[in-house]
Design a protein around this ligand. Structure first.
Ligand SMILES: Cc1ncc(COP(=O)(O)O)c(C=O)c1O
Length: 470
């Protein structure tokens, strides 16, 4: 096992070293598909042989997000050190419900560090979870229970006469907000989608009117979601204005900062997320702009007691004792859904200590500079059209050609997207803005270089020319 382990480490280091030389993505060939469609193995196989099959059929065909020219959706890249930290965490395999153990101290420490970096008080409560969707869900659950005005845990939402709870966010809010509202028993109709400005930021006046109209109609508003970096265009709502409304209206102010919260770490970008530190809670992904491998995100709230009160349960089999392994109890199990939890804090701890938080800020600034470089190149190209402002790290644009519009133009751009992906050149993703199909580049990639964006633009122009040549 030791020899095999050494080989695995060497192979993975080589795999990472050579990432730039491989296509960003390639389809899984029939041979690999067949190899991954086997009968259930009832007996043993030599681990070295199984590892060989991993090398042949799995390793070469991922979705590609560790490649320098992957900018699809919003995915992080992962660092070698964090990969090794994950191995150490799995090797130790501690149970992170709590317990009197160093790994629990590491998670507490990481949460304190992140709270400080993001402008939250030292008394803030936090939890590492699998991703932004879960971090946001946890925060919305705390908001609901804290601001409902009745005991949601005891009574649920089904008692006759229970007020209809409603929450707000811009129409650009990520789909987690719908999933979470549905899961929390609020229903999709409880999520009030507020229109956005031309900059894709929440219309603050419309937010005020919606809250007033809901109150007048007998609904009970409990939370407003502010976006720090929307998934579509990277827009950030006026967080200070939303915070002020929440204070006036006594509503919970939650910020989805899945990636945008990291702007707070970059001196030149901090002003974009001004007001983040006034949030009652926030969600931030470390597997996006923290460049860590999946899965790790953080939920933070300044209301530690409300956080605990949402999830803590009393169970005799979870009683703590003053001494021994359960001294200190199960603090993490009392802050979220999971009882059994892994040691995802280790990769955050090792990365923060080795690289330093300032390196995160510099990398975030580098990605934003790359987005601006791409924007400027698009502006110079007569065959390209920018489709949204570029406030942060997301660039939305399309190929244009004389005489081509509507559905035909959308179809050309869809085909350009696929060709660029299938040729292994780059992986952008897409969205629809103002009814137009857009190529979307979201840069949370510490391996990208400026020339990667020029190569990508050349590929888009090339594919566009092929498709529109007479
Ligand atoms: C703004 C925003 N919020 C939430 C999420 C969901 O995060 P996760 O994919 O980690 O669940 C994303 C993912 O792209 C996002 O961009």
């Amino acid at each position: 096992m030791r020899a095999l382990g050494h080989r695995m480490v060497d192979d993975m280091m080589e795999y990472l070293e050579q990432v730039r030389e491989r296509p960003v993505w390639r389809p899984v060939p029939a041979e690999a598909r067949a190899a991954l469609d086997e009968p259930t193995p009832r007996g043993p196989s030599d681990p070295a042989l199984v590892y060989q099959q991993f090398r042949d059929h799995i390793l070469p065909y991922p979705n590609g997000n560790i490649h320098p020219r992957f900018w699809g959706w919003v995915m992080g890249t992962g660092t070698p050190l964090a990969m090794l930290a994950d191995m150490l965490a799995s090797g130790m395999n501690p149970h992170l419900a709590g317990f009197d153990q160093s790994p629990a101290l590491v998670e507490h420490q990481v949460i304190r560090w992140m709270a400080e970096l993001l402008g939250f008080p030292a008394s803030a409560s936090g939890l590492l979870v699998s991703g932004g969707s879960v971090a946001n869900l946890v925060a919305l659950a705390v908001a609901r229970n804290d601001r409902a005005g009745f005991d949601v845990r005891a009574e649920g939402l089904q008692r006759p006469g229970t007020p209809r709870l409603v929450y707000y966010g811009s129409s650009e809010t990520h789909s987690w907000a719908r999933k979470a509202g549905e899961l929390l028993g609020l229903g999709d109709s409880a999520f009030r989608r507020i229109p956005v400005s031309a900059a894709y930021e929440i219309d603050v006046a419309a937010l005020r009117s919606a809250i007033a109209a809901d109150r007048a109609a007998g609904y009970r508003p409990f939370c407003v979601i502010g976006n720090a970096g929307t998934v579509n265009t990277g827009a950030t709502d006026d967080l200070r204005a939303v915070a002020a409304i929440c204070r006036e209206e006594k509503l919970w102010f939650h910020v989805d900062g899945a990636f945008g919260a990291f702007a707070a770490l970059a001196p030149s970008l901090q002003s974009i997320v001004a007001g983040l530190d006034q949030a009652d809670s926030m969600a931030v992904d470390l597997h996006k702009w923290g460049y860590l491998p999946f899965e790790v995100a953080l939920v933070l709230t300044r209301h530690a007691e409300a956080h605990r009160a949402t999830f803590a349960t009393a169970s005799s089999y979870l009683d703590s004792t003053p001494r021994g392994v359960v001294a200190g109890g199960f603090p993490f199990a009392e802050l979220g859904l999971q009882l059994s939890r892994g040691f995802r804090a280790l990769k955050v701890w090792m990365s923060l200590k080795s690289h330093g938080a300032d390196a995160w800020g510099r990398m975030v600034e580098q990605n934003v500079a790359q987005a601006r470089h791409l924007r400027d190149r698009i502006a110079r190209e007569p065959r390209l059209e920018l489709l949204a402002p570029v406030p942060l790290n997301v660039v939305c644009f399309r190929f244009v050609a004389p005489g081509l519009d509507g559905a035909a133009l959308d179809a050309v751009n869809q085909e350009i997207l696929i060709r660029v992906q299938e040729r292994g050149i780059a992986v952008p993703s897409s969205t629809v803005l103002g009814g137009h199909f857009a190529l979307r580049v979201a840069i949370t990639n510490h391996r990208s270089r400026r020339e990667d964006f020029d190569l990508f633009v050349d590929a888009v122009l090339g594919a566009g020319a092929e498709l529109t040549a007479d």
